[in-house]
Design a protein around this ligand. Structure first.
Ligand code: ADP
Length: 431
């Protein structure tokens, strides 16, 4: 059945030829390396199906010897795949395997192999066999009917393997989702459990602060100022737990909104007043434009407060003293547009989307201190992703615009928020 094609000279010099041997059994690899190495061939190897394809593409061998029983893709599948790579479609591929079953040779041919060398390797004949294939020898089916029969069988086998693999992937995916849900549940529970003792600490410290007998004064080390610091730290921790819980809910699409009528103008003013009351006083001017003319929208006031708080506190953090923060409102069709514009350090254009990623912080982490209002006070890098999660859960959008980052020139940034007026209201055109 074997035929020679082509006109390769029988005086081939093996030094010019590279052979890829795909085999996971080290003793077979050693044997073939020794036998072909002694003849002067360059031998490269791969131990599984996927790396075989990678090595073949990279090394461009002159001949591929492939063991059929390898892990991942089997030798037949590797052959079929290599046959689809234009640079390799003419490279002879020879199946090397234990001739255990009748029809193995035909199965190899159906997959696209050019021949078959049985195992155990016949040490005396092997180099000659390899040379024959390099010289153009190709094995063929006994008849066209046999070929059609084996091709049909091979197709059925491929479909079966595909079905099996999809089943395995689906099972693995379901398991991962289950693990992910358990992890989220744990985080939500842990954040909740950590908050309970913190609430007591905060409550008792507040009670102590109300006691006029606690000595106070401007003095840094006075019991009153120490208690105030404990209260501030407890509040900050509370926010961190809140942020972690929220991002976990958002990630799992489990952020439940409590829909109510919301007056955004009041909400913005409460956010600004509360932020101004935090930390050391800042020399920042706030301006408001058109907020009072905004319609009442449907939304979750607590969540929207949180989202606005994160955006406005960033505007404060990234604007040095002497700066201005302008919050304006506008109604566009069925949406409300709020923009928070600052005169701060700005954001590089290529980072304006990435800052909404979880844990993404732009500034040097070494300089991090966790103030919500102080200039350049850092955070966990969750603030904007939580804000986006909340706004998107309302069917809205949020994005940043800035000319760029420049702490000297202070080009400023603007955060745009679009919220539908009605629950389930139209998303921005183009979504
Ligand atoms: P963090 O909790 O660290 O503040 P955020 O998610 O709120 O994290 O913000 C991510 C990053 O986006 C910040 O580290 C900051 O570099 C950048 N950023 C956010 N808002 C502004 C702004 N108004 N001006 C300049 N940079 C900003």
């Amino acid at each position: 059945m074997a035929q020679r094609h082509g006109s390769v000279d029988s005086q081939i010099s093996p030094q010019r030829f590279k052979v890829l041997y795909v085999e996971d059994d080290p003793s077979s690899v050693n044997l073939v390396r020794r036998l072909l190495g002694a003849e002067g061939y360059q031998v490269v190897t791969a131990a599984d199906g996927l790396s075989a394809i990678e090595v073949a593409e990279r090394e461009r061998p002159n001949l591929i010897l492939v063991d059929i029983n390898i892990s991942g893709l089997d030798g037949y599948e590797v052959t079929t795949k290599i046959r689809t790579i234009p640079e390799l479609d003419r490279v002879p591929i020879v199946a090397v395997t234990a001739a255990a079953l009748k029809g193995d040779r035909e199965r190899a041919l159906a997959a696209g192999c050019d021949g078959y060398i049985p195992k155990p390797i016949d040490v005396d004949r092997f180099p000659e066999h390899v040379r024959d294939f390099l010289l153009g020898m190709r094995e063929e089916f006994e008849s066209p009917e046999k070929k059609a029969e084996y091709l049909a069988e091979y197709n059925r086998k491929l479909v079966h393997r595909l079905q099996e693999k999809i089943g395995e992937l689906e099972a693995a995916n379901a398991e991962l989702q289950q693990i992910d849900k358990m992890k989220s549940d744990f985080i939500i529970l842990a954040a909740h459990e950590l908050r309970t003792p913190l609430t007591s600490i905060y409550g008792y410290v507040q009670m102590l602060l109300l006691n006029p007998e606690i000595p106070g004064g401007e003095d840094e080390g006075s019991p009153r100022s120490m208690l105030q610091r404990i209260a501030n730290a407890a509040q900050r921790l509370n926010q961190v737990f809140d942020e972690i819980r929220n991002i976990t809910l958002i990630d799992g699409d489990r952020l439940d909104l409590v829909w109510e009528p919301v007056a955004l103008s009041s909400l913005v003013h409460i956010v600004v007043d509360n932020l101004r009351g935090l930390g050391p006083p800042r020399d920042l001017r706030f301006e408001f434009a058109n907020l009072d003319s905004l319609p009442i929208i449907q939304g979750d006031p607590q969540r929207l407060y949180h989202a606005l708080w994160n955006i406005v506190s960033n505007a404060m953090k990234y604007t040095p003293d002497g700066g201005r923060i302008t919050i304006s409102g506008q109604q566009i069709e069925g949406m409300v547009h709020i923009s928070v514009q600052d005169t701060g350090v700005g954001i590089p254009p290529d980072q304006q989307e990435r800052i909404f990623d979880r844990f993404y912080v732009l500034e040097d982490i070494q300089r991090h201190h966790t103030s919500k209002t102080e200039h350049q006070g850092g955070g966990l890098g969750l603030g904007l992703s939580v804000a986006r999660g909340i706004i998107e859960a309302h069917g809205g959008r949020v994005w940043a615009a800035s000319e760029g980052y420049d702490p000297e020139r202070l080009p400023g940034s603007t955060f745009h928020i679009l919220l539908p007026i009605r629950q389930g209201g139209a998303r921005q055109a183009g979504d």
